[in-house]
Design a protein. Sequence first.
Length: 428
Amino acid sequence: MTRLSGYLLPTEKQPPGDAEATSHKLMVRAGLIRQMGAGMWSWLPAGWRVHQHAVQIIREEMDAIGGQEMLMPVLQPAEPWRKSGRLGIEELFKLSDRKGSELVLAMTHEEAVTFHVAQIVRSYRDLPLILYHFQVKERDEPRPRAGVLRTREFIMKDSYTFDRDQVGLEQRYELHVGAYDRIMQRTGLRFYRVRSDVGMMGGLGAHEYMAPCPAGEDEIALAPGYAANAQVALRDPDVRKVDDRYVRAGEQLSIEPAIEVGNIFMLGTRYSEPLGARYLDERGDEQFVWMGSYGIGPARIVAAAVEQFSDEHGISWPRALAPFAAHLVVIGGDGSPERQAADRLYKLLSAGGVELLYDDRDVGPGEKFADAELLGCPLRLTVGRRALDSGEAEVQVRRGRRDAPGLPLRGEDGQLIRAVRELWQSLP
RNA sequence: CGGGGAGUGGCGCAGCUUGGUAGCGCACCCGGCUGGGGGCCGGGCGGUCGCCGGUUCAAAUCCGGCCUCCCCGACCA
């Protein structure tokens, strides 16, 4: 479905000179992202495919718990932010239009969504609600860093729940715990759900979804059956310091760096009060809506996957995120029998719905293999002299670079497609 | 915001100390050979040396100011 000869995939042999983090180096080298300024990144076609794969997983799991997708603006009037008391936040971009009206670029959407719910929701019958969107967030970060791991502009899925009372909120929160657990499992990431600081949100409970990786900027404390944000762990009465080590229930805690890919908060009435989100209950009494807020960053999921799954040759995507399921390499010039066989395989698998990248460029085999391993699609199919001799396209699994049984070039179409699908399904 | 580092063709870098008008590798273009791990030969294109000002006969190089980017820390609804 995609021919590399006409595809914008600018791979580089060398990483940017100023790159430090693995994901930063590899994502640029693999042609997934390019930088425009500090904390400002473009996603190139292959990178955007990965990002969209993460988005789609999140969307499916949000829909599965009854979430309703919508879209709210980034450019917003300052007024709701003044009401919520957050207009003074330093990270909030403020600007004014030609008429002098005060505007902000939203860094999150509690104000917007609460503004709407305050206007629309009147009765207990209108609740509960789970609303979400994927939207750009703008934050005037003091220090963007590590490629796409910490940027000033990024896409976030943020959902908001609206309930009649705390019991309802706790139910909506639990639904999110389930959805987030499934999202993380489907991405193929190593992750921990840890209790986090409720912090300034002043909420009733909060968890973070942390993906351990060297470039992570947070720390998590781990022991068998225990995982917590490191700061939270240090305040845990069960955690003690012994000989400069932290111990909990007889088990030593290990501290690992991790990147926060998602977080969930019980907000209570923190926003519904200042923004006037109220409803009438069964007895006609006015009540504040109970809210929750739940964020997850597709870009961080992607970067964390690169951090967790790469080797000296490049990226090794979990199959759910990979830009393509398979990377077809042909070795042989235009018009060669190898080309003919590869062309046929390409058309057949593409028609069969396999997400396939076909390296049909007129370059040497070494370059093709190197680029394939850098980009890191889970499967590599090779059609060259050997394949013609044996009658089978060679198959290599990227993770571990191990050989898998070949694909018969002359096999029955449906069977071939099924074989690729099954192989793909069996991968991590 | 504090500390450190860096801006020289698309990418990675050298040249700066000791001023004399820019070089290397990769990439790119053309021709040929090659075709299972970034291959080879030949010929090319491409740079106001981050910006502004100063010193000088002459500035990538020296001086002053500014901008941008990276790293460590602080920060991170």
